[in-house]
Write a protein that binds this ligand. Structure first.
Ligand code: SAM
Length: 339
């Protein structure tokens, strides 16, 4: 049945308004509104605690209730289940960091996307200073970025661990391991394993905090450095490279893969997880959108097809072993071994 012009237009309108819900969530997380609403409270009380405008708070909390983030009973508001689980600071399963990181990516590039398309790179992007964790970046931004990675990896790491066979691995390198979520999951699942997390100096301090929280300092060591410039170590049986290539250009990706091959023992394995595109470049939707995200916030990044990455692994002398898809998700893992 043909879609009526008006229904078509409503779809466009919904797309254009999409930022409103995103910004409401980001603002609520930034203000930590959910911290005050585990108990039902009136808007005036929340406004008082946050030293906010009373009228504005009523309007804002009603909007959050309309989004399903709050429940309204009479004049009282309280957290919905999803807000209670993920958005209250200090909770075991708090994931606000990734929401804060998303907001930073708006300020750092998405808000200027049309000019980025004209220019070819984001305005504030010195090629050497993209949205990573270098000293120029505000400490809060770095923490939101790295802890945001943990918020995503937390659900995926147990599935990745189950999908990979690390029984015969003694030394593993988690390159660009960020908060060490994967390294922690790997050593927990495989008692014989020792891991090294390599990352820039500031993320490494966050990795160290996470490792210490789990009491795994004797099994996971950290190495601070720049993997494009510095030595990444030697003698690894397995190297895990997760969500790294998409923020680099082709030449850098080849260099990273080459360095991994040099650092592997004979018979060792390189596993690269990313949001791989299908060969058409426009699907699946997640990786295609993620490519635009990288365009918006990095000077050189984009999403790659799994064929491109597999070809670089082959050029570096690796033998393809598997392409692991798990979780029905859009990230997958290319595995190859060194002779
Ligand atoms: C998108 S995060 C992925 C984190 C983790 N591997 C995961 O999958 O959850 C990219 C990581 O690479 C690190 N990184 C980026 N450029 C780097 C460089 N040149 N040297 C070392 N680490 C780098 C970042 O600090 C960050 O921790």
């Amino acid at each position: 049945m043909p879609v009526s012009p008006s229904a078509d237009f409503q779809e466009l309108l919904a797309m254009a308004r999409g930022f409103q819900a995103a910004k409401m969530l980001m603002a609520a997380v930034d203000l930590a509104v959910f911290d005050y609403l585990e108990e039902p409270r009136r808007a005036a009380e929340v406004a008082g605690r946050l030293q906010a405008d009373g009228r504005a708070m009523v309007i804002f909390l009603n909007g959050l209730a309309a989004l399903g983030l709050l429940v309204k009973e009479g004049d009282n508001f309280r957290n919905s289940d999803i807000a209670s689980r993920y958005l209250v600071q200090g909770r075991e399963d708090y994931r606000g960091a990734i929401i804060k990181h998303m907001e930073h990516t708006w300020d750092r590039g998405w808000n200027d996307l049309q000019n980025t398309v004209l220019r070819g790179r984001p305005g504030d992007a010195d090629p050497e200073k993209w949205l990573d964790a270098r000293p120029e970046r505000d400490e809060k931004e770095v923490r939101a970025f790295i802890c945001g990675m943990d918020a995503i990896a937390r659900d995926l790491a147990p599935q990745v661990t189950a999908a990979l066979d690390l029984k015969n691995v003694s030394r593993l390198l988690d390159l660009g391991g960020g908060p060490a979520t994967y390294a922690i999951a790997f050593v927990r699942a495989y008692p014989q394993l020792r891991a090294t997390v390599f990352d820039l100096p500031r993320p490494i301090t966050i990795a160290q905090e996470q490792i210490a929280k789990q009491g795994l300092e004797d099994r996971i060591q950290t190495l601070a450095g720049n993997f494009l410039e510095d030595d990444i170590g030697q003698g690894y049986d397995f190297i895990w490279v997760s969500q790294i290539l998409h923020s680099h250009d082709e030449k850098q990706c080849r260099l990273i893969i080459h360095k991994c091959v040099q650092a592997l023992n004979a018979g060792g394995t390189l596993a690269i997880q990313d949001f791989y595109l299908h060969p058409d470049g426009a699907s699946p939707p997640g990786p295609a959108m993620f490519g635009v995200h990288m365009l918006a916030v990095t000077p050189r990044g984009r999403a790659y097809t799994w064929g491109e990455v597999a070809a670089w692994m082959g050029e570096a002398g690796l033998t393809p072993a598997a392409h692991i898809r798990y979780n029905d998700g859009e990230a997958s893992i290319l595995v190859a071994s060194k002779k």
